[in-house]
Design a protein around this ligand. Structure first.
Ligand code: FAD
Length: 293
């Protein structure tokens, strides 16, 4: 199918992009990044924007910069660039590993971190990874710049904390400490490759104890969420405790109301809850193995 006709703009700076987003009054104006989610919705008639603002030529959105503690990834950085960055794989493996298992090579060469997070698809891989990584999202709009913690970014299914006319510009990802570990594991849908369930886990360690844990899931709920009961169970526990991963994983749906679980033709809510527990346990076992080895 062909999308409805639309006006096309390709600004070269973030400020110009924001002005273009703002300049069209009541007409629907949307930014386009990789287009892998937006174009199918336009072609199927689910979205019909009047104006499309292409971010491809905005050089500053393609930058990756780093200092000792953080890596800053421009919104237009493709998954393949993130997954293949060897230094980033060491500095924060949880986000690099999630980027590496998105879709297939074609999707990874075109889809962007900014588009993935802004779209807030419940089955996307990066949302749980940035939650576990304790990332900060930078946004710029007509009222200037602001930062949004990953914890506050995913509001509902396909809804982020970005406001109308605001662009996600950069994702700032803290580096893990020397003895800390990060893991992302997913059960991919056989048909689409999206996450039926994906689990991201970061463990901070102090000797043979867990000094802090951030564990988050995609796919299971209407939007990516941290699994706080799992995190609380892990906090302060010894890494040598034999049943630790299983005991923590058993709390994966603790406090979750049944309506919060995704339930669709790909997997029932009950099966997703089961998958979630299994993948939390596997991710924690892998993380614990990495600490010791
Ligand atoms: C075959 C296939 C398989 C896929 N498999 C997976 C998978 O396994 N895991 C996964 O996570 N994803 C998967 N995807 C989704 C893919 O990663 C999408 O590309 C992604 O969700 C959106 O990124 P994009 O750069 O293509 O954004 P676009 O499609 O261009 O935009 C998506 C939305 O975000 C908005 N937007 C984009 N950039 C910005 C910005 N900087 N600021 C504000 N708003 C912005 C757009 O207006 C639009 O509403 C798959 C897609 C396809 C086609």
């Amino acid at each position: 199918m062909y999308p409805d006709a639309f006006e096309y703009h390709a600004p070269e700076t973030v400020d110009e992009a924001i002005e273009t987003l703002e300049a069209h009054g009541d007409r629907e104006v949307v930014p386009i990044a990789g287009g892998h989610s937006l174009l199918p919705t336009m072609k199927s008639g689910l979205a019909s924007p009047d104006v499309v603002v292409d971010l491809s030529n905005v050089d500053e959105l393609h930058d990756i910069s780093r200092d000792d503690d953080v890596t800053r990834i421009g919104a237009m950085t493709e998954y393949a660039v993130i997954a293949d960055d060897e230094r980033f794989q060491e500095d924060n493996p949880v986000v690099a590993e999630a980027a590496a298992v998105i879709g297939d090579l074609q999707v990874r060469n075109v889809g962007t971190i900014g588009g993935n997070l802004a779209h807030s698809d419940p089955a996307a891989d990066l949302p749980a990874a940035v939650l576990a990584a304790d990332a900060t999202v930078h946004a710029r709009g007509p009222d200037g710049e602001r930062t949004i913690s990953a914890d506050d970014f995913f509001v509902a299914m396909f809804t982020s904390a970005l406001e109308e006319g605001e662009l996600l510009t950069t994702v700032e990802i803290p580096h893990l400490g020397h003895d800390d570990v990060g893991v992302y594991l997913k059960k991919a849908s056989d048909s689409s490759g999206y996450a039926l369930v994906g689990v991201a886990a970061v463990l901070e360690t102090d000797g043979d104890a867990i000094a802090g844990a951030r564990v988050a899931a995609n796919g299971a709920f209407g939007h990516a969420m941290r699994l706080t009961s799992v995190e609380e169970h892990l906090d302060g526990e010894s890494l040598d405790e034999e049943e630790l991963a299983a005991e923590a994983a058993a709390l994966a749906t603790d406090g979750v109301e049944p309506y919060q679980l995704m339930d669709d033709e790909q997997a029932s809510a009950e099966f997703r809850a089961h998958l979630l527990e299994v993948y939390v346990e596997r991710a924690l076992e892998e993380a614990i193995d990495r600490v010791s080895g």
